[in-house]
Design a protein around this ligand. Structure first.
Ligand code: GUN
Length: 283
């Protein structure tokens, strides 16, 4: 039997419609549109594509987009000075510094410099702490998008066995925190996990976020499980996920495709965080 394909584009389009309504309500009440500043350092082609689509989506949702493109040889002090200016700018509700940054820059220092109330990526230590403590804050966009897809497919996640493959600060760790808060039973697996196949086979929910093309084959998937594939790997055969889609689709109950699964949800959640940040700042 073939799995339900989770249409991330359609989910994201519905979410973006709701965000546009909230953005219009904010603009009416505040007398200005919510604003998102995106900073791109250097010319990484994939990052340039992401930044352009973020800008377009921001405007389409009725918000203001501020794009800052800096040369690859920008130094730490200049980038810090820009972050400080954006922190102080009342028209800017959200700040996103596109990663990865060139190697000579200290990304942790930059991300920590962003005002935590404008940290729409949810990467600032204060927001990481709030997520762990279950306090209101800004939540990383990709894992939050995955959670929304899971809740849409499965409803209540209480008691389900979830395995997150990957322990990055951007996806794996916050994903595990969100699933724990949703009362799933969570295992974080990673490159050092023993018998990964056996660990994944226990899971009702598999979130794959390791960045290795097609490393999770269909015969690791429990029949009927829900599979969320965060991987975006460029191969000679085009974009593929961390899951071997062709074999997994025959076993899973529901599965996200790559592309068209998690990716569109990430941008929709960024817009959501911007409206949330704007409303909190004005409130
Ligand atoms: N690069 C890849 N994904 C992300 C993300 O979610 N946020 C930022 N700032 N950079 C990224």
């Amino acid at each position: 039997m073939s799995a339900t394909i989770i249409d991330g584009k359609a989910h994201a389009a519905r979410l973006r419609e709701r965000i546009a309504v909230q953005a219009a309500a904010f603009a009416g009440a505040a007398g200005r549109a919510a604003g998102l500043a995106v900073v791109l350092v250097g010319e990484d082609p994939a990052s340039a594509v992401y930044v352009r689509s973020k800008g377009k989506a921001t405007i389409a949702a009725g918000m203001e987009s501020f794009e800052h493109r800096l040369p690859a040889d920008t130094d730490q002090a200049a980038l810090i000075a820009l972050v400080d200016r954006l922190n102080a700018d009342p028209a800017v509700d959200g700040i996103l510094v596109q990663l990865p940054l060139p190697a000579h820059l200290d990304a942790d220092a930059i991300l920590t410099r962003i005002d935590s109330d404008k940290d729409v990526d949810g990467f600032h230590p204060v927001n990481v702490g709030r997520l762990m403590l279950g306090l209101p804050g800004l939540v990383p966009c990709t894992p939050y998008g995955c959670l929304l897809l899971l809740q849409d497919v499965l409803g209540d996640l209480t008691g389900l066995d979830a395995v997150v493959v990957g322990r990055s600060n951007i996806v794996g760790k916050p994903m595990a925190a969100l699933l724990t808060a949703a009362s799933a039973t969570v295992t974080i697996a990673h490159s050092r996990t023993r018998d990964l196949a056996a660990v994944v086979r226990r899971a009702d929910i598999v979130v794959a976020a390791v960045g290795r093309a097609q490393m999770i084959p269909g015969d690791w998937i429990k029949p009927g499980a829900t599979v969320i594939d965060v991987g975006i790997n460029r191969t000679d055969a085009g974009l593929v996920g961390d899951v071997d889609f062709a074999s997994a689709v025959e076993v899973a109950g529901a599965i996200t495709p790559v592309p068209g699964g998690v990716g569109p949800m990430t941008i929709a959640c960024l817009l959501r965080n911007t409206v949330v940040a704007a409303a909190r700042r004005e409130g």
